[in-house]
Design a protein around this ligand. Structure first.
Ligand SMILES: NC(=O)c1ccc[n+]([C@@H]2O[C@H](COP(=O)([O-])OP(=O)(O)OC[C@H]3O[C@@H](n4cnc5c(N)ncnc54)[C@H](O)[C@@H]3O)[C@@H](O)[C@H]2O)c1
Ligand SMILES: O=C(O)C(=O)C[C@]1(C(=O)O)C=C[C@@H](O)C=C1
Length: 370
């Protein structure tokens, strides 16, 4: 059956989801809503959407599924708008906001009216924004959190299954959890890191205000830890304000840890300093690949590639000749002008080990990947 999908906020995330729905369900009608007319025009020209609209209330009543994909404060404001509109019977509303508690609290009024609101959050993205950066495979192999409006309720269970079918083309790993758990987890592994990355860039800029060249000397370390400081400031202001209390706590805890390492330095405590880095290394190394663990994110191999035409093609050709399946390939934006690092993701440890052997046999240097 043909369905009308309304995507409110047609940026990086809304656009990427539209592309994946398009691939999987070519007959569905996709309407994009955005205040930015250029984004709508671009998306229509590229065939990402069938039609565009500037205001959600003008199109909401035609939707079978409404996906709210604007910044968090706009999602909250547009939920208020939707509350006053007669929607199609059986409509499902969902969102992609990076915080969930505030949104799910507001969603209660829909659920009381018998309208299913399922919270959502694809746990992948980029520091780039707008629909021009959208890609159908942006979320491949990433986690996608779903928060049922009323856990265990039959209608909500069915709505979850409908959404999972709609978004099957994203090729994500679904994880159902509560809004509170979601916000606690993302405060630590997404929101705090963005605060720290931006702080580090700002501090470095201030430190070198009299010698701007110094900032340009930054190598891979600074660039990899601060890539996300290029993210959209409006989006992150909304996220922080929407997860205020948990973030204040995370900042306090982080400050304590900074003071501990400062004290170790002050008293020349070599053991503590070594333990600090050792503990982090063991933990970080295991995030990359946990052999035989189905919950492992990726089996990643990091390969040095010279800054030469055809270098990436050589890597893919070697893998193709050895008949090794590649799940994803990503050029890391570090060490520009010297050489690049390719991140190759495999479905399992066996493919990763075989790929590592083949690439090394052909003279390529593997930076990391066990
Ligand atoms: N960027 C990421 O990595 C990422 C990952 C997962 C979830 N999210 C969440 O997804 C949402 C969108 O993020 P994004 O990265 O796609 O941002 P984006 O800036 O690329 O897109 C947001 C879009 O919303 C539009 N918009 C803003 N105000 C609007 C309004 N009043 N009405 C209609 N449209 C409006 C903007 O014009 C823009 O096209 C945010 O809630 C964010 O927290 C982001
Ligand atoms: O890769 C990035 O640039 C991201 O910041 C993506 C990222 C994150 O990992 O923190 C950012 C916000 C989202 O809510 C989910 C994912």
């Amino acid at each position: 059956m043909m369905k009308t999908i309304v995507i409110d906020g047609l940026g990086l995330i809304g656009g990427s989801i539209a592309l994946a729905i398009r691939e999987q369900w070519p007959n569905y009608r996709i309407i994009g809503v955005d205040i930015d007319e250029r984004s709508l025009r671009y998306a229509k020209e590229k065939g990402i959407i069938d039609d565009g609209c500037a205001q959600l209330p003008d199109i909401a009543s035609a939707a079978d599924i409404i996906l709210l994909a604007a910044p968090v404060a706009v999602i909250l404001a547009h939920m208020d708008q939707l509350a006053n509109i007669q929607l199609k019977p059986g409509v499902i509303i969902t969102d992609v906001g990076s915080t969930k508690k505030q949104i799910m609290d507001k969603a209660e009024s829909f659920n009381h009216r018998g309208i299913c609101f399922i919270g959502g959050h694809p746990m992948a993205g980029s520091h780039k924004s707008t629909v021009t950066a959208a890609r159908a495979n942006l979320f491949q192999s990433a986690y996608y959190f779903l928060i049922p409006g009323i856990a265990g309720h039959t209608q909500h269970q069915q709505a979850i299954e409908t959404l999972q079918a709609l978004l099957a083309g994203l090729h994500v790993k679904w994880l159902i959890l509560s809004a509170t758990d979601h916000d606690q987890i993302t405060a630590q592994i997404s929101h705090l890191p963005h605060i720290l990355a931006a702080g580090l860039v700002n501090m470095s800029q201030d430190t070198f205000s009299q010698s701007p060249l110094s900032l340009k000397l930054a190598a891979g370390g600074f660039k990899s830890i601060t890539r996300i400081a290029s993210s959209d400031p409006e989006m992150w202001t909304d996220i922080l304000l929407s997860n205020r209390e948990l973030l204040i706590d995370r900042i306090d805890r982080f400050t304590e840890r900074l003071l501990q390492i400062k004290e170790a330095l002050r008293v020349h405590d070599q053991d503590s300093i070594r333990r600090y880095f050792h503990h982090a290394k063991i933990t970080r190394d295991h995030i990359q690949a946990l052999p035989n663990d189905p919950a492992a994110n990726f089996f990643d191999l990091f390969v040095n590639i010279p800054d030469q035409i055809g270098a990436v093609a050589l890597v893919t050709r070697i893998l193709q000749e050895a008949e090794i399946n590649l799940v994803n390939i990503h050029i890391l934006e570090i060490r520009e002008e010297i050489d690049g690092i390719l991140q190759l993701s495999f479905a399992n440890q066996r493919d990763l080990s075989q790929a590592k052997k083949e690439l090394q046999r052909r003279g390529l240097s593997v930076v990391r990947g066990d």
